[in-house]
Design a protein around this ligand. Sequence first.
Ligand SMILES: Nc1ncnc2c1ncn2[C@@H]1O[C@H](COP(=O)(O)OP(=O)(O)OP(=O)(O)O)[C@@H](O)[C@H]1O
Length: 323
Amino acid sequence: MPDPESGDLVRCEHLTKRYGDFTALSDCTLNVRRGEVFGLLGPNGAGKTTLIRTLLGYLYPTSGRCSIDGLDPADDPVEVRRQVSYLPGDARLPRHMRGKGLLDFFAEMHPLGDRERSFAVADQLELDLTRRVAFMSTGMRQKLALAVVLGPRTPLLILDEPTANLDPTVRATVLDLVSSEQATGRTVMFSSHVLSEIEQTCDRVAFLRKGHLAHELALEDLFQRHRVTARRTDATSSEIPIPVELAEWIGGISQTDNRIQISTAGDLAPVLPWLATLPIEQVRIEPLGLHAIYQSVHMGEELPQLQPQGSSETDSPKSEGVL
Ligand SMILES: Nc1ncnc2c1ncn2[C@@H]1O[C@H](COP(=O)(O)OP(=O)(O)OP(=O)(O)O)[C@@H](O)[C@H]1O
């Protein structure tokens, strides 16, 4: 039964999917909250599409379970798919149809289809709807697929690499469209290999690696974290103590030769006066972006220090858990 009271629209509990002996998704537990934009990140073959297709009931889980609005796709795939607009990574459209006819067709087919909306999206993407699909470029077909998928007013939108094959201007429009969908109350899941798109659009992101959920991260949290690098000007290499009153803001301090690195969490304002008192020069402060996290997950390395706020532990890397 749909459960509108639950804060989570999507739930995966210990979801595992094997193809023969090969485990494509392993013990994956994650939730997507209603109204959020949730990003799926991971290298090629990480299991993103497998996760999405299991959620939609196109694949049966080997073990574990998942649900969309309380509905289990293994039990009721048709009803689940009524709740979802899905853009596959390899969307194939009937080649003989013209754009206009195709949008009409899909708007009529879907119980929540909205022809006006599909045409408005096509217009926003500056797509020529008079052409046959067969004569469209790859990017034009992607635009058309987006116009199809963004039409129906489903509670959930799942987009598998929606900006693939699009030029930078159109990519930006697509991200705007995703944000507009969120503003209307829809929940969006999307996978992308473009980290800046995830940073720009998502509320939370999950990193998959070799079928495992390697990390989950709230973007708001990431933007609050910075890395300060500097050169020590004093001759000693003695440890710089973290002032007790700043324990909440300083994640850790590490030093190699005379290079010092300080990780911060939360507002920088209380940290800056203290930094000014330290024997350091060539100070660089940079937000800890997704790129640093992604690289670590991708390489299977331990992650850079990301202490939760309130922690005063030193700069020991951690490799598990929610960042
Ligand atoms: N039908 C299948 N039979 C066997 N193995 C499969 C099948 N479908 C996918 N796989 C394997 O499962 C793994 C996960 O594939 P999946 O398509 O989910 O990855 P992905 O994260 O979406 O990758 P990409 O970023 O390249 O789209 C890959 O190693 C892939 O080769």
